[in-house]
Design a protein around this ligand. Structure first.
Ligand SMILES: [Zn+2]
Length: 374
């Protein structure tokens, strides 16, 4: 779940120099494919924002054009309350603009389904709608997901992006704070495994502004959660990073014993008990770490080349106003994509999406057939 509605340019990330670098690339990524829509599939896309406003699917299709073949489709499960007592006449559109709480806005699922159901079949085939409007701290959360499937059969491929630990957000949510150890979350992942729903889970690996040389605080709980649900197809959003939840850092003195973020990822990728876990590299806030220097881009590319089946590209844009802010995230990754093998590049941009979400579609449709008229 991105930190902002992507309205300001990404100049803060040194994008000017990155674009200059990109201009030196022998040819654009899309030129490596064979046909329309082959530049990438978007594994992480928000049609609406924190006040449930956004763009229409028709507008999004225009942005996708011939460059993006398929995309996930979801809103945001949380609604920022406009509290008159807090901000008066100022109507907040983002969670950092108000002290008032956020609450779960379950209607988002009916809204997304209604938009999808109005599309012609050829356009529907390009989207994988996701269920998000449930409270992951509620033991009834799984029941909501089941109800959405039986109410809107033929629509959804998965659940998410939903959040457990998220910087600046978790503490603002009304009611009980979500936790990786809450059995309510286990019920949700159990049901996802049963129905074949693809899961996009956002949970920060660490606390904001964590100290150098410290083990990421939520890593152990996250791995335990993932290991409890080996039959669920889980995508860990942003590889656990955030705007200020930065990659684990080590001082020179501690480098031999403390793993960096990429070391942590590599250990997870090599762990057979986590073979069902994938990672999305969405969000410009994540790209900024990957392309910070030529050395970081090379290290990230090496991991993607070594485990090409385990990563998916996504933009994590929120209701983008047009093609420019939408494709800016993809362009940010150019220094990494340029270093990928053709096989890894194709899988990260398209192939893994196709494999995982096609399997999700197939299994969820089968579940719906088995549970029709219930
Ligand atoms: Zn997101």
């Amino acid at each position: 779940m991105p930190a902002r509605p992507f309205s300001r340019p990404v100049a803060a990330l040194g994008v000017v120099s990155l674009l200059a670098l990109a201009a030196l690339a022998p040819r654009p990524i899309g030129a490596q494919g064979q046909g329309a829509g082959d530049e990438f599939y978007d594994a992480h896309f928000h049609l609406t924002n924190y006040i449930q406003q956004g763009i229409s699917v028709r507008q999004f299709l225009q942005i996708m054009g011939t460059r993006v073949g398929r995309s996930t489709l979801f809103g945001i499960p949380l609604q920022q309350q406009w509290s008159y007592g807090n901000s008066g006449e100022f109507a907040p559109t983002y969670y950092l603009q108000s002290d008032a709480p956020l609450y779960y806005y379950s209607f988002t699922d009916a809204y997304i389904a209604s938009l999808y159901n109005r599309l012609p079949t050829s356009d529907q085939a390009r989207f994988d709608p996701m269920i998000t409007g449930f409270n992951p701290a509620d033991m009834y959360g799984a029941d909501h997901i089941r109800r959405v499937l039986t109410s809107f059969p033929g629509v959804f491929t998965g659940i998410g992006e939903f959040s457990i630990h998220k910087e600046f957000v978790s503490s603002k949510v009304s009611g009980e704070t979500a936790s990786l150890t809450n059995p309510a979350l286990d019920r949700i992942l159990d049901f996802a495994a049963e129905a074949g729903l693809v899961v996009i889970l956002h949970s920060d690996i660490d606390m904001p502004f964590a100290k150098t040389d410290a083990e990421p605080v939520y890593l152990t709980q996250m791995k335990a959660l993932l290991q409890r649900h080996p039959k669920a197809a889980i995508i860990w959003a942003h590889t656990g990073l955030g705007r200020v939840v930065h990659p684990a850092q080590v001082s020179a003195a501690a480098a031999e014993r403390s793993p960096t973020h990429l070391d942590i990822l590599e250990a997870m990728l090599a762990d057979p008990s986590l073979a069902h876990v994938h990672f999305d590299i969405s969000w410009d806030e994540v790209a900024k770490y990957a392309v910070a220097t030529p050395a970081t881009a090379a290290r990230v590319a090496a991991v993607l080349n070594k485990y090409p089946d385990r990563f998916l590209f996504g933009t994590d844009t929120v209701a983008p106003s047009g093609p420019a802010p939408y494709f800016a995230v993809f362009d940010l990754w150019a220094p990494v994509f340029r270093l990928l093998t053709p096989d890894a590049s194709r899988k990260v941009r398209q192939g893994n999406y196709q494999r995982i979400f096609d399997e999700g579609r197939r299994r969820v449709r089968a579940w719906e057939t088995r549970h029709a008229n219930q």
